[in-house]
Write a protein of this length. Structure first.
Length: 202
């Protein structure tokens, strides 16, 4: 009788286990600890570039063997943290970016992004809303992501932007004789560490 009861209990428990939904993989919050970001452009005289001194980045990340999912994420920087080392050039660039009315640039992931394993990391496009010079536009940023242990990820990528699409007039110099091109390229490397103290709000 006891053996029969044990068998019935075992069958009952197996039935419950089969019906249970599969749990999602654990997610973790990551925060940028080091960011290298550069803005590159051209003009009718020479190429130019500017560095971004400070960037705040946070993300909610799900790490699996063959894929990484970014479920939430945002990046924010102050326009006046974009500098060249030349105060005159900085002033013109900040003016073109309408820094007085729109002091920040922000990118927010608009939907979960799945980056697939490529053998050398995880590749894909991060889609999101970019707020630049007061204009919001959906863009896709191609990236490569690598994982260092369980507590750090590194995201690298670049994105070309047309200033005209954000209603910006490219800066000029020397009474208009030197004109910057419409297209700029943003190149970045972001190191992010696990940080469960942050709260992500879209």
């Amino acid at each position: 009788m006891k053996m029969l009861n044990l068998i019935l209990i075992f069958i009952f428990m197996m039935g419950i286990w089969v019906k249970m939904p599969i749990q999602l993989k654990a997610q973790a919050k990551f925060k940028a600890t080091k960011v290298e970001m550069k803005v590159k452009g051209t003009s009718n005289l020479h190429d130019w570039d500017m560095d971004v001194k400070s960037v705040q980045t946070e993300a909610l990340v799900q790490i699996e063997t063959d894929a990484i999912t970014l479920n939430q994420g945002k990046l924010r920087l102050n326009v006046k943290d974009i500098v060249s080392g030349n105060s005159s050039m900085d002033k013109k660039a900040h003016g073109a970016l309408k820094a007085d009315k729109n002091p920040q640039i922000e990118f927010v992931i608009s939907k979960p992004v799945v980056l697939k394993s490529s053998g050398k990391g995880f590749n894909g496009n991060i889609s999101g809303q970019l707020m630049l010079a007061g204009v919001k536009k959906e863009i896709a940023v191609p990236v490569q992501l690598s994982v260092n242990g369980s507590n750090q990820i590194v995201i690298e990528g670049s994105k070309t932007l047309d200033m005209k699409e954000f209603q910006m007039d490219p800066p000029t110099a020397i009474m208009g004789t030197v004109k910057a091109g419409n297209i700029v390229e943003v190149v970045f490397t972001v190191e992010m560490n696990k940080d469960n103290t942050i709260t992500l709000n879209q």
